[in-house]
Design a binder for this molecule. Structure first.
Ligand code: SF4
Ligand code: SF4
Length: 300
């Protein structure tokens, strides 16, 4: 089983559109796949694939402090020791008030409380959704609740569930749609990948963003390929991107042109290769799929 993760140094380069198309190309080619949406801040991969939700579970990946007020003597030790300023004081009740959005669950307040009346309690941070796409493959999406942290743990949960599903189904490929940037959820998405695809576009900040995400990717695998989306957006930058790829031993798996059919497909909630199979972007995607297959087979 191959685990392939698709990331980009920044948002808005068309990563989810690309992943949805790649998943459909895999399925059309008879591959048994599982898709994971690791963009837990804004998971929308399933929506673009006309999914049917089959299961939803809560994720408790963090703790917060909870005070048993009946035992509290109002000494303020907890508030004085909270480095995250998560405890305010209620003069009215002479008791601490924990701000659950500020509490990091470090447990210091619990340690210093002379009454031992503070416990750490698990709190819901997200949801895990399993759905079935119209195209016959399952999608596992992690969704972070508003105001909660621990996005990396939500990604890890989603990937764990996807792996279990893939093992049950004897899947050949897991495709992970990673979040943009280089933060904690990106690191969680990249871990344990057999191959990583970085999507970029020819914009002035592209090389800078690429360097950052590539240095992360190399921590997990040397099998990193590059795709240039909207390559005709600013052609003078293409030679710079090609030079960067050459210098860093990155295979350019393909280039996708600007194509009006892409936004139209998005509006119709349809992967571009289904909406307009002969459109320039679809033809480029099919070529990329073939290049990817050749590339991965050469590594077996
Ligand atoms: S668990 Fe840590 S962050 Fe939360 S209230 Fe206690 S000391 Fe503050
Ligand atoms: S440390 Fe314990 S006893 Fe003191 S104010 Fe906080 S909760 Fe109450």
């Amino acid at each position: 089983m191959k685990k392939i993760t698709i990331v980009s140094g920044k948002g808005g380069v068309g990563k989810t559109t690309f992943t949805a198309a790649l998943a459909c190309l895999c399925a059309n080619d008879g591959l048994n796949i599982v898709l994971t949406d690791c963009d837990v801040d804004a998971p929308n991969l399933a929506i673009t694939l006309k999914n049917q939700e089959v299961k939803r579970n809560d994720i408790y990946s963090a703790n917060i402090a909870v005070v048993d007020e009946s035992q509290c003597i109002g000494c303020q030790e907890c508030m004085n020791h909270c480095n995250f300023k998560a405890i305010k004081w209620s003069d009215e009740n002479n008791k601490p008030i924990i701000n659950e959005f500020e509490c990091e669950g470090c447990g210091v307040c619990s340690l210093v409380c002379p009454q031992q009346c503070i416990q750490l309690s698990p709190i819901k941070t997200g949801e895990l959704i399993i759905s079935e796409s119209k195209y016959g493959f399952p999608i596992v999406s992690g969704e972070l609740l508003i105001g909660r942290g621990n996005s990396g743990k939500i990604v890890a949960e989603a990937k764990k569930t996807a792996l279990k599903l893939a093992e049950q189904n004897n899947s050949e490929v897991i495709l992970n749609d990673g979040p943009p940037g280089i933060g904690c959820p990106v690191i969680a998405s990249l871990s344990d990948s057999d191959a990583i695809i970085i999507l970029t576009e020819p914009m002035p900040a592209a090389i800078h963003d690429l360097k950052r995400v590539l240095s992360l990717a190399w921590h997990f695998t040397q099998e990193v390929g590059l795709i240039i989306n909207k390559y005709d957006l600013y052609p003078p930058l293409i030679s710079q991107l090609e030079e960067f790829a050459r210098d860093n031993n990155l295979q350019i798996l393909g280039q996708i042109p600007i194509d009006d059919n892409v936004p139209k497909a998005l509006v119709n909630l349809s992967p571009i290769i289904e909406y307009a199979p002969e459109a320039p972007a679809s033809l480029a995607l099919k070529e990329i799929y073939n290049n990817l297959k050749t590339y991965l087979n050469s590594k077996d």
